[in-house]
Design a protein around this ligand. Sequence first.
Ligand code: NAD
Ligand code: AHE
Ligand code: ZN
Length: 353
Amino acid sequence: MSKSRLPRLTKSVSTSSIQECICHTDEYTRSGKDPEGLFPVILGHEGGGVVESVGEGVTNVKVGDHVIPLYTAECRECKFCKSGKTNLCGKVRLTQGKGLMPDSTSRFSINGEPIHHFMGTSTFSQYTVVADVSVVAVDKKAPLEKVCLLGCGITTAWGAVVKQPGIKDSTVAVFGCGAIGLGAITTSALVGASRIIAVDTNPNKEAWAKKFGATDFVNPTQLKEGTKIQDHLIEITDGGLDYTFDCTGNVHVMRAALEACHKGWGVSTVIGVAAAGQEISTRPFQLVTGRTWRGTAFGGVKGRTEIPGLVEDYLNGKVKIDEYVTHHRKLADINDGFGDMHQGDCIRCVVDM
Ligand code: NAD
Ligand code: AHE
Ligand code: ZN
């Protein structure tokens, strides 16, 4: 995408992308596993930028504001926003899923051919256009190359834990120690979980998990042959966990996370995104006997309302961000950034746009 200005639309905001992070979900869509995936597309949904122009009727941000684009919009007017029950907003999700702006057009093209938007954000571009309900201004004191991470992973994990009542003084298991899992671990520690068991097939993740506050680490590939991870966890926790989180996107892991929950009250939250055609299963008896299976998008966070506070928490040292950044790439080398992600030692790669 060239650096020329993109045309504005009523209620749209054009921002220059300054910094951008690669999330596993970008790779998921790039790989063809996303049933909503459309191509050609400009991927990217975890970014930060500066507003360069606003369309008619835009009042929530102004030129020069530092902003984080929101793949989960917040219009504050729709049935979802007004329900008080969810962060899922209905205003732009339909067109967003079709890779288009709310007026059903694309703002990107190459040689006259349209290119799809992605998740309403398309942050792998020096300039992007987003709906006004899909962007939030943040404190300019916060470095964009850090707070861009709040555009997805860290916020998702933070919300998944803080919006789940009861974690204080309870036992937690987190399956998958990428950025999302580490975020769930550190937030569980923050809210006062009594024991936090990290589970990952990559042995290098033990040090990462402990650094972020895990009390135990279990590698399922190192259990006695034939031992299921859920049975092992039930054994070492006197009957199972109070809370578990899937941060892998693997449906077999999701099942294990549910079945590792304590009979009568355990709650398992699905955060990971599974490939097209994948389905979850368990014996209904697992639910009949008191376990709860739930899921969360963007951690249940309402971006326009809550992200400015998270930025302040970062500036006050209450929320970690710097610790997740292991790699840096230039835009021209972004494909190497995707490669980094597959190596197993990359938590987050920041792309300098
Ligand atoms: P990541 O690839 O960096 O981390 C995944 C971790 O899971 C890795 O450490 C890997 O070793 C581990 N793992 C893989 N197979 C495992 C297994 N069988 N048992 C235990 N651990 C295993 O990914 P990420 O960026 O942290 O994202 C995690 C998931 O969360 C992805 O599916 C992503 O699409 C999803 N996600 C969802 C939301 C949401 O709003 N629901 C937001 C962001 C990301
Ligand atoms: N397009 C996929 C679903 C992908 C998905 O679940 N995305 C999460 C965010 S992942 C961010 O890294 C999400 O917010 N989902 C809610 C929504 O409205 O998209 C599919 O399976 O169709
Ligand atoms: Zn993401």
